[in-house]
Ligand binder design. Structure first.
Ligand code: ADP
Length: 598
């Protein structure tokens, strides 16, 4: 929290306002126009005051006639109307600008997600990402949309009215504005430690958000283990602590805030006695006195509005700094133009990699996967199989050595090109909130319905999709209730079949072991892999006995490489894993048989 006690700057060290305006590249013109129109609105707003002044002056020197007053009344009405219309236009332009900035921020964010390494993105919690890019960015909109017309206009209006007061009589202007420095001084005292307090407030708010998200996400476990009271205590305690923190802050400022809002509007307190004294001494005309009173009342509103923006500016400052923290994440360097490739072999040369500095996970791994062959990665949990697989899809960059596809280093081709070459089918087969058909279509956005159906048939999905209430048109959310884990995985295999990339990296599912599902998944994988370069992270050794080569990974190195038969004889680790696997299968078969006998 300590580093947040001064005004936040973004990762590039720019002040936040500069950062905010750097996001306004698409709406600079509109923002300038909004400000210009707001000035015009303020200018037009002076005319009714001037009309009142003229009418009063005429009334007081006895020259007021009905015909003479009609002109001023009409002018006052027209300019009042014009000022309101111009204000409306300025607000409209500023709202369009504010929403454009929000849109730009969110688009930049998604672009950043695509360009940054997966590791950098995954290091951020989903709750944090959601908080910044949904809620906090939204909080920029209201102040931003109102600041240009209202704050800009208020400042100019207050300055204009003050100048007019000076033109009437500098002493009445002083009397009017005497309360302002007193009010501002009180206001400033309420802002003592504001930065530190606001930083603490944000930290508290993030903490309570985190606890709420954790509680809701974990509700299933809470219920299953009957932990309702303990978990609720933690939840309720955080919510209570947050309330107490905000109440304490409120209590520490409410006297000064109320004092300020009582002092600032008391312009009449000075204007009335001073104005009357000047009037009776003959140095101020009656119309000057009347106008002084009118202007001193009119100046209150813009001054008060200005103070109300302080809090909102601060919340904007934090939201911008938080967004910038994500938007300035380092990107994976990639060339602009496509690279030449030849064939679809995968080659890893002396690859070293660590997720965290100083904790190397892969220690100089070399592996050659010839085009069109099937390579399996096996090894104990945590040995580095998934990491190897992810490096082929360039979810991260290697620390040393190289990974190449088609003879070209993956860092030397644009990410789009690599994505065309490599399909990574993972265990957690994510379905988007779209129809089942569209979920498959993600593999090839321009695919026809017939192509989707063909891919679905190849992945053994057709039969269960047809049973869904609206077939391929069933939404994934609705279908989720009917789909088993294995069926979900087959949909993601259909997606990969449709994509038809020449290199397939597949994380074999561990969870779905019922024989029928297993058989269908194996058949669909065989169709997906036909003629492709295939790398499989294998969890069940029976599925890879026919692999062209099996790489045994242990402790971040490949300790043996060969066919199933080779390894049974030459690699004790593999032989042990095989024996354990066969044992489990026997046990499973035995317990099934026992179950069947019961
Ligand atoms: P396997 O797939 O063989 O189970 P992994 O490649 O997932 O092994 O993990 C290899 C090592 O890297 C493990 O020690 C694991 O804890 C670590 N690891 C995996 N993913 C991450 C990550 N995103 N951040 C930090 N460490 C990780």
């Amino acid at each position: 929290m300590a580093e947040r006690e001064k005004a936040p700057e973004d990762a590039k060290g720019r002040p936040w306002v500069k950062t905010l305006f750097s996001y306004a590249r698409r709406c600079k013109g509109k923002m300038i126009a909004s400000f210009a129109v707001s000035l015009a609105s303020v200018g037009a707003g002076f005319v009714p005051f001037y009309a009142v002044y003229r009418l009063m002056a005429m009334a007081m020197d006895g020259s007021l006639t009905w015909d003479g007053s009609v002109l001023w009344l009409a002018l006052a009405a027209v300019f009042y109307l014009a000022s309101k219309v111009l204000f409306g236009i300025s607000t409209l332009l500023s709202h369009v600008s504010a929403y454009t900035i929000l849109e730009t921020l969110r688009q930049d964010f998604v672009r950043k997600l695509m360009k940054a390494s997966l590791g950098t993105v995954q290091a951020k919690s989903i709750g944090n990402l959601k908080n910044v890019f949904v809620d906090r960015i939204e909080s920029i909109e209201p102040p931003l949309a109102h600041m240009i017309p209202e704050l800009g206009g208020s400042l100019v209006l207050a300055a204009g009215l003050a100048a007019w007061l000076v033109a009437i009589d500098w002493r009445i202007a002083l009397a009017c504005l005497a309360c302002v420095p007193v009010g501002l001084a009180v206001f400033a005292s309420s802002l003592k430690d504001f930065n530190a307090k606001y930083a603490a407030y944000m930290a508290e708010s993030n903490r309570v958000n985190g606890v709420i998200v954790e509680y809701i996400e974990g509700i299933q476990v809470v219920k299953a283990f009957n932990q309702a009271s303990d978990s609720y205590e933690k939840y309720a305690g955080s919510v209570r602590a947050f309330k107490e923190f905000t109440m304490q802050w409120f209590r520490s400022t409410w006297v000064t805030m109320n004092l300020m809002s009582s002092i600032m509007p008391t312009t009449l307190l000075g204007v009335l006695p001073v104005g009357l004294a000047l009037y009776f001494s003959g140095s101020l005309a009656p119309s000057g006195l009347a106008m002084g009173i009118v202007l001193s009342l009119a100046i209150v509103d813009p001054l008060m509005r200005f103070t109300s923006f302080v809090n909102e500016m601060k919340s904007m400052e934090y939201a911008v700094a938080d967004a910038a923290e994500f938007l300035d994440l380092p990107e994976l360097p990639e060339p602009k133009s496509r690279a030449e490739t030849s064939g679809f072999a995968v080659e890893m040369k002396d690859v070293r990699f660590s997720y965290k500095a100083g904790e190397e996970v892969l220690h100089g791994v070399s592996l050659s996967v010839p085009q069109g062959t099937f390579t399996a990665l096996v090894g104990p949990s945590g040995s580095g199989k998934s990491t190897l697989a992810r490096l082929i899809a360039r979810h991260w960059d290697v620390d040393a050595g190289s990974v190449s596809v088609g003879g070209t280093d993956v860092r030397s081709m644009p990410l789009d090109q690599l994505s065309e070459l490599v399909s990574f089918v993972q265990q957690d087969n994510f379905l988007f909130d779209a129809t089942i058909g569209d979920n498959i279509r993600l593999g090839k956005p321009k695919a026809t319905d017939e192509e989707i159906a063909r891919a679905a048939r190849a992945a053994c999905c057709d039969e269960f999709v047809k049973r869904l209430p609206c077939g391929y048109g069933t939404s994934a959310g609705e279908a989720g209730r009917f789909l088993s884990g294995g069926e979900r995985q087959r949909i993601s295999i259909a997606r990969a079949i449709l994509k038809d990339a020449p290199v397939i990296v597949l994380d074999e599912a561990t969870a779905f072991t019922d024989p029928e599902n297993e058989d269908k998944i194996q058949r669909s994988i065989a169709r997906l892999a036909a003629g492709k370069t295939l790398v499989v992270i294998a969890h069940r050794l029976s599925t890879i006995t026919r692999a062209d080569q099996i790489a045994v990974v242990d402790g971040g190195s490949i300790v043996a490489l060969g066919t199933h038969e080779d390894l049974l004889g030459s690699c004790p680790l593999y032989a042990r894993m095989w024996a354990a696997h066969v044992g489990t299968q026997d046990w499973a078969a035995g317990s099934n048989a026992e179950g069947g006998n019961r």
